[in-house]
Ligand binder design. Structure first.
Ligand code: SAM
Length: 256
C-alpha cells in the first residue's frame, strides 16, 4: 500500500494542467479581501527537485514543465509561483500543490493538508513550516469530512488521489457528494487521469450525473513511456470560480 511516489512524476503534463488551473482559481479568490480556507486531501511532499534521480529517470518533468514553462506569460499566477520557487530553492525546484497554495494565500487564510505516506508527510511538514498550515497524517477524505463546512466557509478543496486502489474510481463520487452536501459553497476540484483502459469513465459519468453544472476539463498527451496507461489528465470542478472556463480553454490551446 502507498507505493505511489509523486517525485517520479512531479512537473509532468498532468501537473501542469492541475497546477495551472489551481493557481488561476486561488489567484482569483485572493483578489477579494475576505478570508478563505484551502483544503487538500492528498498533498504529497510540497517541494520537488527535478534534477533528482527519480525525476530524471522518468523524464516526465523535462517533457512537462521543462518544455512548456515559457508558454505561460510572466504574469500568469502559475508562472509567478514557479519563478518564486526557483528563486528560493534553486532552478531545479518545482512546487507541489500545497506549496503553490501556501505561496498564494494570505495570513488571514487557513490551510489544511492531509498526507498519509510517512516520508512524504515528514518532508511536507518541513517544507510547509514556513507557513501557518495544518498538516495531518491521516486519510484525506476523513480529514475533508471532519473539516467541512470549514471556517472560513469560503474556499477551495483539491482532491488529488494517487488512484492506487481500483475501487477508488467507484467510491470517490460518493465521497465528494458527502463533502459537497456539507459544504455547498465550496469549490471542489478533483484531478483524474485519462486511461487507455477507461477505468476513469464510470467515475466521470457518476460525477457528471450528480453535478451537472460542474466544469470538466481534459487534456491529452502522449504516454510518458510506451505501454503506460495514462494518456491525458482531467479536472472536475464543482462551483468553479468565474473565468475558470476561459482559463481552461487557454490551457487546451497550449496543450494542442
Ligand atoms: N497533490 C500533490 C501535488 O499536486 O503536488 C500530489 C499528490 S500525489 C498525486 C498523491 C499523494 O497522496 C501521495 O503523496 C500519496 O502518498 C498520498 N496518499 C495516498 N493515499 C492517501 C490517503 N488515503 N490520504 C491522504 N494521502 C494519501
Amino acid at each position: 500500500m502507498l507505493s505511489y511516489q509523486h517525485l517520479y512524476h512531479a512537473g509532468n503534463l498532468a501537473d501542469v494542467q492541475k497546477h495551472a488551473l489551481l493557481c488561476f482559481m486561488l489567484d482569483y479568490l485572493v483578489q477579494k479581501d475576505k478570508p478563505l480556507t484551502y483544503i487538500e486531501t492528498h498533498a504529497g511532499r510540497g517541494l520537488y527537485m527535478l534534477d533528482a534521480e527519480e525525476a530524471v529517470k522518468t523524464g516526465e518533468a523535462a517533457k512537462g514543465i521543462g518544455a512548456v514553462r515559457e508558454a505561460f506569460a510572466p504574469d500568469h499566477p502559475y508562472r509567478q509561483r514557479l519563478e518564486e520557487t526557483r528563486a528560493r530553492w534553486g532552478d531545479a525546484a518545482y512546487p507541489g500543490s500545497p506549496l503553490l497554495a501556501a505561496m498564494t494565500l494570505r495570513d488571514m487564510d487557513k490551510i489544511h493538508l492531509a498526507e498519509l505516506h510517512p516520508q512524504e508527510h515528514r518532508i511536507l511538514s518541513e517544507v510547509i513550516h514556513l507557513w501557518d498550515a495544518h498538516v495531518q497524517k491521516k486519510d484525506g477524505f476523513a480529514m475533508a469530512l471532519a473539516l467541512t463546512p470549514p471556517t472560513p466557509r469560503r474556499g477551495l478543496m483539491l482532491i488529488d488521489p494517487s488512484y492506487e486502489v481500483k475501487s477508488d474510481y467507484d467510491v470517490i463520487p460518493g465521497q465528494i457528494a458527502s463533502i459537497a452536501k456539507k459544504w455547498n459553497v465550496g469549490i471542489i476540484a478533483l484531478w483524474y487521469p485519462l486511461l487507455t483502459n477507461a477505468a476513469h469513465i464510470g467515475m466521470l459519468a457518476d460525477l457528471s450525473q450528480r453535478f451537472p453544472d460542474a466544469l470538466r476539463h481534459e487534456v491529452r498527451f502522449p504516454a510518458a513511456k510506451e505501454g503506460h496507461k495514462m494518456i491525458g489528465s482531467g479536472m472536475f470542478i464543482i462551483n468553479a470560480p468565474w473565468g475558470t472556463e476561459d482559463e481552461a480553454k487557454r490551457l487546451s490551446a497550449l496543450f494542442a
